[in-house]
Design a protein around this ligand. Structure first.
Ligand code: DGP
Length: 114
């Protein structure tokens, strides 16, 4: 999508602190980190949100979680813990409408969501 900021990051048109890339997905550091480790893991193909995913996207979405697991391990978070968040819809706090998985860790987090 031409007006999607994450599509532009994936295309290299907007700089980002990229930490992972493969044929299906890209991961980069959040511009406004909410924790010492705050990485966004995004599919390279545009999906507005989970609402737009179809059954055929299940392997892709699962792949995002596998990347999150690996990046969490690289960041030393496997034992200390980390949080994965997928905001879906403006009412849930989604501000960028390109599906993304937040990987947050490196600080103590409360059980309840804010
Ligand atoms: P959400 O609220 O779930 O849609 O999260 C969107 C996140 O995207 C938010 O934490 C800030 C981040 N973000 C927005 N614009 C940019 C950008 O241009 N670069 C990077 N690296 N992150 C961005």
């Amino acid at each position: 999508m031409t007006d999607c900021i994450f599509c532009k990051i994936i295309a290299g048109e907007i700089p980002s602190s990229q930490v992972y890339r493969d044929e299906q997905a890209t991961a980069f550091r959040d511009i406004n980190p909410a924790a010492p480790t705050h990485i966004l893991i995004v599919p390279n193909k545009h999906l507005d949100s989970v609402n737009q995913m179809e059954a055929a996207d299940e392997p892709l979405i699962g792949h995002l979680f596998s990347i999150a697991k690996s990046l969490a391990a690289e960041a030393g978070l496997t034992e200390s813990g980390y949080r994965l968040i997928v905001n879906t819809g403006a009412g849930a706090g989604q501000t960028v409408f390109h599906l993304h998985l937040h990987l947050l860790g490196g600080k103590s987090m409360n059980h309840l969501l804010g």
